[in-house]
Design a protein. Structure first.
Ligand code: AMP
Ligand code: MG
Length: 267
């Protein structure tokens, strides 16, 4: 999966990654879905172990253009995990109280606890994305935030958090198709927001903001992955695989009791 990881210091060139790609799983959709089922079983086991061992914290950051598939990723990749140990934190337009604080204030309190996986559906990155594109604060406020973000994530990492950040990479045509689908399908219409059409007009500005954010903040301890996301099944497979490989790398084990408990008789 190194194919999609942005090395520290390397400029992220989104045009170098094809949103339609399925190169790592050429088998196609049906085989891909079967593979995802197997990966879900593995993820469930690793998450159980993470919870039981109680040593590590895991933070998964999801960012994308509108209709990029953040909600679908959460639904499909994490289906079947134990809800006791997995939490989703969604970051919306900040409340007046949140706006009255520094931009990381609301984010830090949602960071994962020991034994937990927390998924950020949007994140502190909005503060260098939408905030930059819509000029909600001046440049001399948003530009220093890259460094604040690097420092914040380093703090989390050094205190035991494993961080994975995914940019769900869809094409402009795919976004059009998905927004039309939301408009036309009664079961999806609740998600249709005319505001998304306004954001779509700023596609190029968002893309530039994403490239800068990813380039500025992909580090060893908090890497960005640019995931081809036009094909949902492929997106799910790539993210599951990165997550599972990372959890395996934590080398976890079930805690040993301090004494031989087999001597106890349960009456
Ligand atoms: P959704 O994820 O579709 O529910 O939309 C959430 C909205 O909140 C999006 O339009 C985001 O751009 C917006 N949002 C999230 N974080 C921020 C932020 N820090 N500043 C301004 N808008 C934000
Ligand atoms: Mg939306």
């Amino acid at each position: 999966m190194d194919r999609y990881r942005i090395p520290p210091g390397a400029g992220a060139d989104l045009s170098a990654i094809d949103p339609d790609s399925k190169e790592l799983f050429p088998g196609g959709k049906d085989a891909g879905r079967e593979r995802l089922k197997a990966l879900r079983v593995e993820l469930r086991e690793l998450q159980e172990l993470l919870y039981a061992e109680g040593k590590h914290k895991v933070l998964v950051v999801l960012q994308a253009m509108d209709a990029g598939g953040k909600d679908g990723t959460i639904r499909h990749v994490f289906r079947g995990v134990n809800p006791s140990g997995v939490r989703v934190a969604s970051f919306k337009k900040p409340t007046p109280e949140e706006l009255a604080h520094d931009f990381l204030w609301r984010v830090h309190q949602e960071a994962p606890a020991t034994g937990e996986i927390t998924i950020f559906n949007r994140s502190h990155y909005e503060d260098v994305l939408v905030v930059r594109v819509k000029e909600l604060v001046p440049e001399d406020v948003w530009r220093p935030r890259y460094e604040h973000i690097r420092n914040f994530e380093r703090l989390l990492a050094e205190e035991g958090t494993t961080i994975l950040k995914f940019y769900l990479h869809i094409s402009k045509d795919e976004q059009k198709a998905r927004l039309e689908d939301r408009r036309d399908r009664p079961d999806k219409r609740w998600k249709f927001s005319p505001g998304d059409l306004e954001e779509r007009k700023r596609w190029d500005a968002y893309r530039a903001a994403f490239e800068d954010a990813i380039s500025e903040t992909s580090t060893e301890h908090a890497p960005w992955y640019v995931v081809p996301a036009n094909r949902k099944w492929y997106r799910n497979l790539v993210i599951s695989t990165v997550l599972i490989d990372t959890l395996r790398g934590l080398d976890m084990s079930y805690p040993e009791p301090g004494e031989d408990v087999t001597k106890y008789v349960v009456v």
